[in-house]
Design a protein around this ligand. Structure first.
Ligand code: OAD
Length: 232
């Protein structure tokens, strides 16, 4: 039985038209991270933070999964049917892996199409805006916030992610700059526990030297090629 853990970042959704964070025209180019992606920013200027995430949630309506998402879904279907393990750990807050057909996906940085109640802590699937202060369907408090992990907050699912990395035979990182921890450290962690490691990214990431192998180019080409190779 083979166990594969695949880490994805903004680069896998770039060809779908979802902006990355750190490339030219990336999301952080027009914003200071401190203005929109910290609990302090939300406390100080909730209107600005809500407008930022409401716009990104609305933009999901107009995008579709690309061949890289589809290839990972095909990999999962084929290998899981044959008794192997495939887990996607994504830093992305879009839902393109799920829309492409992947079912084993952990969103370590949360999801745009989910709202988190700051009063009761419950999560609710959410596809519309939050800026107007809708009530939490569970407790009724008008305290819903984007269910995304901000800088200074603990990423989700860390226990399950490290348990999967502990057992992985292969760790593959796709479309991430390697600039943000803890995800940037997964390659070293997995390699130290015996996994082979592969990077698929447009250009060398900040941690490219940690991987056993790195292939550089657009995910829409590299990922289907890699999946074909693995399944052949
Ligand atoms: P980044 O914007 O930091 O990095 C995107 C990476 O994808 C870069 O290395 C690009 O070269 C690469 N890339 C761009 N287009 C690509 C393509 N077509 N095919 C393959 N690779 C491509 O995004 P992340 O690494 O995902 O966190 O950023 C990590 C975290 O930083 C995000 O989850 C977010 C951000 O701050 C939070 O908001 C908590």
């Amino acid at each position: 039985m083979t166990k594969i853990v695949i880490l994805t970042g903004a680069g896998i959704s770039a060809e779908s038209g979802v902006p990355t964070f750190r490339d030219a025209n990336g999301l952080w180019e027009g914003y200071e991270v401190d203005e929109v992606a910290t609990p302090r920013a939300f406390h100080a200027r909730p209107d600005v933070v809500h407008a930022f995430y409401d716009a990104r949630r609305a933009a999901l309506e107009g995008v579709e999964p690309n061949p890289a998402h589809a290839a990972l879904a095909r990999l999962e279907r084929t290998l899981v049917d044959a008794g192997h393990h495939v887990l996607v750990v994504t830093q992305n807050v879009d839902d393109l892996h799920e829309r492409a057909g992947s079912s084993r996906v952990l969103h370590m940085h949360g999801q745009l199409r989910s709202a988190l109640c700051a009063a009761c802590g419950e999560r609710t699937p959410w596809t519309s805006a939050l800026a107007h202060g809708p009530k939490c369907p569970v407790c009724g408090a008008p305290e819903l916030r984007p269910d995304v992990v901000w800088f200074g907050e603990m990423p989700y699912e860390m226990d399950r992610i490290f348990a999967a990395l502990d057992e992985a035979d292969l760790f593959v990182s796709i479309g991430t700059s390697g600039a943000v921890y803890p995800a940037a450290g997964f390659v070293q962690y997995a390699a130290a526990r015996g996994a082979r490691t592969l990077e698929l990214n447009l250009e060398p990431s900040e941690g490219t030297h940690w991987f056993h192998e790195a292939r550089h180019g657009p995910a829409g080409l590299l990922v289907p090629e890699w999946v074909d190779q693995l399944l052949s």
